[in-house]
Write a protein that binds this ligand. Structure first.
Ligand SMILES: NC(=O)c1ccc[n+]([C@@H]2O[C@H](COP(=O)([O-])OP(=O)(O)OC[C@H]3O[C@@H](n4cnc5c(N)ncnc54)[C@H](O)[C@@H]3O)[C@@H](O)[C@H]2O)c1
Length: 294
């Protein structure tokens, strides 16, 4: 099926990136946010990325202008009506997502496909509130969507072969490495990565090594680009706890449960990089391991 126009609902960390790469692929893009301020913020983030690409010689100025010209920011769901594909990247809250689809599904033309970028929620729960669960799939991009090469195309029980094929085609056009994943919480990457990060916290709690030692060991011993505790800070400790909670709820296995230290850090507002403090303190010139009092 030919895709000419893509709707992106939510213009935060993920949504603005997805909108940008879709416009770079030559598709017209409608980017919907909740208010004008949020629309402006999302578009400004895209402008900044495009300017940086031009400054670094990775994109011609005219090409950047053309990309920008293909993106329409709006607060009006009605603008999604003639999209061939609508991808949601709104806040990770099932209630909000279901409310949104109940409004969007009747507006978007028949024949269009709907997709969720959720990291931890079951795709079927969203598909089931639409009138087209056969045309609903998961398109799980990684942060930042402009850079990370992977796209998990998620098939839930209702997803048709046609919808799955569209997911693969979208990934190929966007130049992504596309993998097929079933609708099991965490899909492939988080299913493996989340327990790994949580286990690193447990190893720290058990005194196996210090924060720096655990990170240094996995970098030098497993050739990972960053250690698991640095990675946890990067993902966001609050996000890690909430994804872990959803996965624990689904699988009831200890490996998905947030260790006490992590829950306490989140309660204290230590969310990692974004709050300036997590396993490391980011207030100085370079990160310094935090004193966690264990
Ligand atoms: N952050 C990540 O690393 C990451 C990676 C992959 C997938 N995801 C998934 O992507 C989704 C978005 O995550 P994020 O990190 O971009 O969150 P975010 O908080 O940065 O952005 C969410 C945006 O959605 C907007 N929003 C809320 N309700 C809306 C609605 N009805 N219509 C339009 N906009 C609405 C909010 O105003 C906000 O700007 C989540 O489902 C998350 O699980 C996140």
């Amino acid at each position: 099926m030919a895709i000419n126009k893509v709707g992106v609902v939510g213009g935060g960390l993920m949504g603005h990136g997805i909108a940008q790469i879709c416009a770079q692929a030559g598709w017209d893009v409608v980017l919907r946010e909740v208010d004008d301020g949020k629309v402006e913020k999302a578009v400004a983030m895209i402008d900044k990325q495009l300017s940086r690409a031009v400054d670094r010689g990775r994109m011609e100025g005219a090409a950047a202008d053309a990309v920008r010209g293909r993106i329409e920011g709006t607060t009006d769901y009605g603008r999604l009506a003639d999209c061939d594909l609508v991808i949601e990247a709104i806040t990770e809250d099932l209630g909000l997502k279901l409310e949104m689809w109940k409004e969007v599904d009747p507006i978007v033309k028949d024949g269009a496909f709907l997709a969720t970028n959720t990291s931890s929620l079951a795709v079927i729960d969203q598909a089931a509130v639409t009138s087209r669960p056969d045309r609903f799939l998961g398109l799980h991009f990684f942060n930042p969507a402009q850079v990370m090469p992977l796209l998990e195309v998620v098939q839930t029980v209702t997803t048709s072969d046609e919808a799955l094929k569209v997911g693969f085609e979208v990934g190929e056009v966007l130049g992504k490495t596309v993998v097929h994943a079933k609708d099991k919480t965490g899909f492939i990457v988080n299913r493996l990565l989340v327990p790994y990060m949580l286990d690193a916290v447990r190893a720290y709690e058990e005194g196996v090594g210090s924060i720096e030692e655990i990170d240094a060991a996995m970098k030098a011993g497993a050739n990972h680009p960053m250690g698991p505790l640095t990675l946890a800070d990067f993902v966001g400790l609050d996000t890690l706890v909430s994804i872990g909670a959803v996965m624990f709820d689904e699988y009831r296995e200890r490996r998905f449960a947030a260790p006490p230290t992590l829950r306490k850090m989140v309660a204290a507002g230590w969310y990692g990089r974004k709050s300036g403090k997590g396993f490391y303190d980011y207030s100085g010139d370079k990160p310094v391991a935090s004193e966690l009092g264990l």
